[in-house]
Design a protein. Structure first.
Length: 454
């Protein structure tokens, strides 16, 4: 039996959606964050919302390529490209001439995805083939494993594979994708599943996870299947809750593990993986949109002014990690501003100031789960300026998250226990950094006002 016949015999056709629709899975985190996001969209300037969504899309475009090894990234590089700060284009160019074209192609792929989101273009085999051609527009070749070794062959964009593309595992076994001759029929069955009443009635996160999984089971193209699968999944997530699928390169291991579990007829892990990524993306956008300072930064404003209860016990450890993560990021930013302006800022693990109401559904921890930014000076002006953060835990179903870091100005940070236990996730660290920047900017802006008043 030749290699192609072996691969054909090992192929396990992707499951029908009927096999998925009975799965019991909690999507409470997605539901709550989506509700908060929906409320926020109603009160947010459209240009600010579009800018936040653009940053999420750019992050997705960076890391969907990195997951496939097109180039390497880390959270710092992804953030730089997503926010278009500093010399992001030069940093990208340093990674290779192929990097910017691959990134641009993926961005264009997301624009193509939005046509399906609006309903102007239905998802069909031809639509998917066109999506492949867009996302891989600048890629001229791909590696093929042959009997005589690895060869580079021209990539046929928008065309189904003409050679087997099932990879060999490290133990010598083959992960079988659909045989070449079965690919058109399997793709036709795939589209039929996406058009079924059962599929259309399902939660969008489940739709995204199923569409992604079924597509990668087939692996219809010679290369680029992962990138197309993640863009395809974004069609359903853009419909509701309105965000793309963002999977970071450092989450690849968990991503592959979830796909492998689905191969063993356990899609629950994959659905939950998608749910957590969607929740992370929404929460990052919420933090982005609720930063209290607009326009000129607090740092710049301060420089200008200087020129002339009951708590669920299992959340204590998570609250401590949240407190220390906030302390680290805020301390780092205050040190930078202190050097820049020749001032000394305090950051203490106590509460200073007047009590304020916490968000509904939360109870405060003891004072040890607080942080206070402060500036105290008697010369040349007498100024005392504090800003306190209170960490609180959910007390029931009214809470939208496990923990909240709340302030009197209403700029709050929501977190889930899974983000900090057993280890602090990278997406959590990124959100903390954004939140810390917003807190310090507000603190400095208000301090600048006190310098101007005195």
């Amino acid at each position: 039996m030749n290699d192609e016949n072996i691969q054909s015999s090992n192929y396990q056709p992707f499951p029908s959606f009927d096999d998925w629709k009975q799965i019991e899975v909690s999507l409470l985190d997605v539901i709550e964050s989506s509700r908060h996001f929906s409320d926020l969209k109603d009160s947010t300037d459209r240009s600010a919302l579009d800018a936040a969504l653009e940053r999420a899309k750019r992050a997705a475009a960076v890391d969907t390529n990195a997951i496939e090894g097109i180039f390497q990234t880390d959270r710092g590089f992804t953030h730089t490209v997503a926010t278009q700060v500093g010399a992001w284009e030069q940093q990208m160019a340093m990674k290779g001439k192929h990097v910017k074209p691959a990134f641009d192609d993926t961005l264009e792929g997301f624009e193509y995805v939005l046509d399906a989101v609006t309903g102007r273009t239905p998802i069909s085999q031809q639509w998917i083939r066109n999506l492949h051609a867009v996302i891989l527009r600048s890629q001229e070749s791909h590696e093929v494993f042959t009997a005589v070794g690895v060869q580079n062959q021209a990539l046929q964009k928008g065309e189904y594979k003409t050679q087997p593309n099932s990879p060999q595992r490290s133990d010598g076994s083959v992960h079988a994708y659909a045989p070449v001759e079965d690919t058109p029929a399997e793709m036709a069955r795939f589209i039929s599943e996406l058009e079924s009443k059962e599929f259309l009635a399902a939660e969008k996160v489940i739709q995204a996870a199923y569409a992604h999984y079924a597509f990668v089971c087939i692996h219809p193209f010679a290369d680029g299947n992962g990138r197309v699968a993640r863009a395809l999944a974004s069609v359903f997530l853009y419909k509701d809750p309105g965000v793309p699928l963002v999977i970071y390169q450092d989450q690849r291991r968990d991503y592959i593990h979830a796909l492998e579990a689905a191969d063993k007829n356990n899609p629950l892990l994959l659905i939950r993986f998608f749910a957590e990524r969607v929740t992370d993306t929404i929460n990052s956008i919420i933090v982005d949109l609720t930063t209290p300072i607009a326009g000129k930064s607090g740092s710049a404003k301060l420089s200008d002014a200087l020129r002339p209860t009951r708590v669920l016990p299992e959340l204590h450890d998570a609250a401590h990690r949240l407190q220390e993560s906030l302390f680290t990021e805020i301390r780092s930013r205050l040190d930078e501003e202190g050097k820049r302006n020749g001032l000394e800022f305090l950051l203490q693990r106590i509460f200073i100031g007047s009590p304020f109401n916490l968000p509904e559904g939360y109870n405060a921890f003891p004072d040890s789960y607080c942080l206070t930014l402060a500036f105290n000076s008697n010369s040349p002006k007498q100024i005392f300026h504090p800003l306190s953060i209170v960490i609180a835990a959910r007390d029931g179903k009214r809470a939208s998250s496990d923990l909240v870091a709340a302030t009197s100005i209403g700029y709050n940070f929501h977190a889930y226990g899974r983000e900090v236990e057993p280890v602090v996730t990278e997406s959590f660290r990124e959100r903390v950094k954004i939140y810390a920047d917003g807190i310090v900017d507000h603190f400095l802006t208000e301090l600048a006002k006190k310098f101007q008043q005195n």
